[in-house]
Design a protein around this ligand. Structure first.
Ligand code: TRP
Length: 324
């Protein structure tokens, strides 16, 4: 079975990316034939400033390598290197009724976020392009975070519309959800680089400590010996994800007033620092190897391009777009 997933190259990766998607990618790498894509065209749907794009693409690829994405076994590539994405996107656009896009909740949120800066036509097509990304490789499995599920649902509908209108060319993709719940940012909101509340993967232990100290805890717990409610505490959310083995102990200690928030935060900083240490080391070892990574991406693009070409031939034929 073939699997595809992607990420927009918007800068340094944070632990939200890891928990929401990358850990699942890593665990599925042995089970599926994998394609991992750097979605640079998707990055343009919310900002036409491309000045940082080349740098962000390499940085993201380096991060993926350091995490253990295997560039030889999996096909890792940059979206815009395979032009067929644009062609299939155009064709899918002809089969996607506007109301389908208007009711995609993730797209709706993005549109609202962009409201003041002015959303472009390209943003409306975000899920259509994503459907093309998946279908181009006839991928059946799409590991994503929960916010991406509406897009994958839409991809299923678009693919179904194509198969129904023309002929059966594409399999219907299925989202594979990460089991881990979403991690809040240091201010309790959704973790995001632009909200300045993210813990990055390459964070130094000092920075980890500083950021963990900012995490939002139960506002009713003022003193170390007050009883607390772990269900509304970000420190507990993190603890469960990064060291499940003693999280339930911390949970009951907090409820009994035996664990103060500051002590819990100090402990979490240590947990997180040691969790991220292997990544930090692997990432540092890749500094200076940018051109090697670039070559790997190029090779991945060539492999992906071959698959895409073949699919597109079939799609063109099915849609009577082979004038000769
Ligand atoms: N929209 C995805 C995100 O922001 C990135 C993405 C682009 C993607 N194309 C994809 C994910 C295809 C899965 C499949 O995270």
């Amino acid at each position: 079975m073939r699997l595809l997933s992607g990420m927009r190259p918007t800068g340094r990766l944070h632990i939200g990316h890891l928990v929401g998607a990358l850990n699942t990618w890593l665990s599925l790498q042995g089970e599926y034939e994998c394609l991992f894509m750097i979605a640079d065209w998707h990055a343009l749907t919310t900002s036409s400033d491309t000045s940082k794009l080349p740098e962000n693409i390499i940085e993201m690829a380096q991060d993926w390598r350091a995490l253990g994405i295997d560039f030889t076994r999996s096909t890792v590539f940059v979206q815009s290197c395979v032009k067929e994405h644009a062609e299939l996107y155009l064709l899918f656009g002809m089969l996607t009724p506007m109301p389908w896009l208007e009711r995609d909740p993730t797209l709706k949120n993005m549109m609202e976020d962009m409201h003041l800066r002015g959303a472009c036509y390209g943003l409306m097509g975000y899920p259509v392009l994503q459907a093309a990304d998946i279908a181009l490789y006839k991928a059946e499995a799409v590991p994503v975070g929960s916010d991406q599920v509406p897009h994958v649902e839409l991809a299923r509908e678009i693919v179904r519309a194509f198969n129904h209108r023309f002929s059966l060319v594409f399999p219907e993709p299925q989202a594979i959800l990460s089991h881990t719940p979403r991690l809040p940012g240091t201010d309790g909101r959704k973790m995001s680089k632009s909200l300045d509340n993210a813990v990055f993967l390459d964070e130094t232990p000092e920075n980890i400590r500083r950021k963990v100290m900012q995490l939002v805890t139960d506002p009713g717990k003022i003193h170390a010996t007050d009883v607390g409610n772990p269900d509304i505490c970000s420190v507990h959310d993190y603890h469960k994800v990064f060291r499940a083995s003693d999280a339930s102990q911390a949970d009951s200690d907090c409820r009994a007033g035996r664990l103060g928030c500051v002590r819990h935060k100090q402990y979490l900083s240590e947990i997180l620092s040691s969790y991220l240490a292997p990544f930090r080391e692997a990432r540092a070892a890749l500094t200076g190897k940018e051109s090697e990574t670039r070559a790997m991406l190029k090779a991945g693009g060539e492999r992906a391009g071959k698959m895409a070409k073949e699919t597109m031939e079939g799609a063109r034929k099915a849609a009577n777009l082979q004038f000769s």
